[in-house]
Design a protein around this ligand. Structure first.
Ligand SMILES: Nc1ncnc2c1ncn2[C@@H]1O[C@H](COP(=O)(O)OP(=O)(O)OP(=O)(O)O)[C@@H](O)[C@H]1O
Length: 562
């Protein structure tokens, strides 16, 4: 078997977060520059205001003349700069984040697709949803609350300390120490203290979401057969499991907010004490003392949000880990590195094919061999669990055989990409999924460029056209959740119309008339006869009417042909 394995790089969370954000670095840097401008404008605004008010008061007392036009204009300019800068900064950092999240979702779906359905069966529906939505959304945190503010804090701290150095090295050093405690040590502490609880929150939230979505889906069964109180108790327990780490995180937030306040006030106070000494030595005047005091107070805006942001990093990291855990999973079916061109003939040949699902002891298929010529129809019969559906899953390349060979025309299935194989096949099964949108949109899925005439002729051939036209909005009727507005027979015939539109050379029918009454079964069988014309087909069914469409039959028993 020419199975070649694609190397899948294992990612580290941090490196991956960096790689994924690379295309948006320009936007992020613009955000950082604007955030720095806003911090500096705010510090300057307060400092100049402090200086100005004091200088005016002193000039009032002493009768000295001062130029108040320049500082008044500076105050107005800085206030405008701060407001406009803040607006632009929010606009740009959010734009960058939303672009990143949109790119991330697309990236994620591209990697998820090869895992479906075989690999994804190990993940539960609610858990998958949680990874796709909540985990990706929580990465928003990394850029909006961590990357931009940290870089802006770094840049503005350097500039502010340089400014203070010009006035007094002692004041500059004091401010630097305070800023480092709040901007470096407290975030580091919060990060380490919050890592575990962040992980627990992500996991508990996913478990709760999983349980809730499962409960809502199975509400009828729980009410009829189960014990609703037991369910409520389980959900309550899982909710408590979420509250405990959340409480822990709140404690860390409360502690870091208090410590931020304490250290910024202490720094500010120390700066004032040093400045008073400098005033007494005649190295500073009164307005300058007030200016430096206000400067010290305002400078902490640069770092005040960092401890809480870094506490949330534990959550972000776990969310990134869960995303990577999924996309790093190796697909069950390995794609060929250089796929062969699609075959021109559509015989299907199985040669000693075996399949055992992971974790199962009994093989689902054992030494299955048959040859179906192009245009012929093969009926597959057998008891429940005998391997009929597994056989079709192999043809669709949703699973790969453990041994043996499958070919379409002259081409080994291993040498064809999954997409090109599935492009050759149309499937009509017992379980049809229609999206909660219009009938037309559900049909376009099979042929996006279909014309209205294509839809009409496929629906006519599938004996569903009259039903559709009788609906108030015809093809524009929204089918509802789980196609609630349509009957079982109508849903099957729409899936036949979809298969007709796809116009694939191979058709797989998996119990398409199961559960239908005699009259509907007749209508569906008639539509299927039309669909199967000139196509190679596999028909899984026990219904005598449908079996008359087959040219030959194989019977499976415990995975082997008998
Ligand atoms: N995805 C899977 N993972 C693990 N085991 C599976 C999976 N799908 C099927 N099996 C097992 O493989 C065996 C064959 O199942 P398969 O669905 O092919 O039977 P079937 O003949 O189509 O049954 P039915 O008529 O009830 O649909 C069964 O024992 C089943 O439990």
């Amino acid at each position: 078997m020419s199975r070649e394995q694609k190397q899948i790089p294992k990612h580290s969370e941090w490196r991956w977060l960096y790689e994924i954000s690379r295309p948006y670095l320009g936007w992020m840097m613009a955000g950082v520059l604007l955030a720095t401008t806003v911090i500096l404008a705010n510090v300057a605004l307060l400092s100049v205001s402090g200086w100005f008010i004091t200088a005016m008061a002193i000039s009032g007392l002493t009768g000295a003349v001062i130029n108040y036009f320049t500082p008044a204009a500076a105050i107005r300019g800085l206030a405008i700069l701060r407001t406009v800068g803040r607006y632009l900064e929010r606009l740009i950092t959010h734009e960058a984040t939303f672009r990143l999240l949109a790119g991330l979702r697309q990236w994620f779906f591209e990697r998820l697709e090869p895992l479906a359905p075989a690999r994804l069966q190990y993940y539960q529906g609610g858990d998958l949803l949680s990874r796709i939505r909540a985990d990706i959304d929580s990465l928003e945190n990394a850029y909006l609350r961590i990357v931009t503010p940290t870089l802006a804090a770094l840049l503005s701290t350097v500039l502010m300390v340089l400014f203070l150095l010009w006035w007094s090295p002692a004041i500059a050093l004091t401010n630097l120490i305070g800023l480092m405690i709040v901007g470096l040590i407290l975030p580091w502490l919060a990060l380490h203290l919050g890592m575990n609880s962040g992980k627990q929150i992500v996991e508990a939230r996913a478990a709760l979401r999983q349980r809730t979505s499962e409960t809502v889906r199975g509400l009828a069964e729980i009410t009829l057969y189960g014990d609703p109180q037991q369910r409520i108790d389980t959900i309550h327990k899982e909710n408590s499991a979420l509250v405990v780490p959340q409480r822990q995180q709140n404690r860390i937030d409360a502690g870091s907010t208090a410590l931020t306040g304490l250290f910024s006030q202490l720094t500010w106070l120390t700066m004032i004490v040093i400045a008073i000494g400098l005033v007494q030595n005649g190295m500073l005047n009164g307005p300058e003392l007030v200016m430096l005091a206000f400067f010290g107070m305002a400078s902490f805006e640069a770092v005040a949000a960092l401890p809480i942001a870094f506490r949330a990093l534990g959550e972000t990291r776990s969310a990134a880990g869960r995303i990577l855990d999924l996309v790093d999973a190796e697909p069950e079916v390995i794609e060929p590195i250089e796929p062969s061109a699609a075959p021109q003939r559509f015989d299907i040949r199985f040669d000693k094919v075996c399949l055992t699902y992971p974790g199962n002891k009994q093989p689902a298929l054992h030494d299955v061999s048959f040859h179906l010529k192009q245009g012929q129809k093969l009926a597959i019969r057998g008891a429940s669990g005998s391997g009929k559906t597994s056989l079709t899953q192999l043809i669709l390349k949703f699973w790969a055989p453990d041994s043996g060979q499958i070919s379409i025309g002259e081409t080994n299935l291993c040498d064809l990409s999954g997409d090109s194989v599935r492009a050759l096949c149309a499937v009509v099964s017992q379980h049809v999924h229609l999206f909660n949108t219009t009938l037309a949109a559900n049909l376009y899925l099979a042929k996006p460029n279909a014309t209205q005439e294509d839809l009409v002729s496929a629906c006519r051939a599938a004996s569903i056209l009259d039903d559709i036209l009788a609906l108030p909005e015809g093809f524009n009727t929204v089918v509802g959740e789980a196609a609630a507005r349509l009957s079982g027979g109508q849903i099957r015939r729409i899936s036949i119309a979809r298969a007709l539109l796809k116009d694939a050379p191979i058709v797989i029918l998996d119990e398409p008339t199961e559960g239908l009454d005699a009259k509907t079964e007749q209508a569906v069988t008639k539509a299927l006869a039309w669909l199967l014309q000139d196509r190679t087909a596999l028909i899984i069914s026990h219904r005598p009417q449908l079996l008359t469409l087959a040219d030959q039959t194989i019977v499976l028993d415990a995975g082997s042909i008998i």
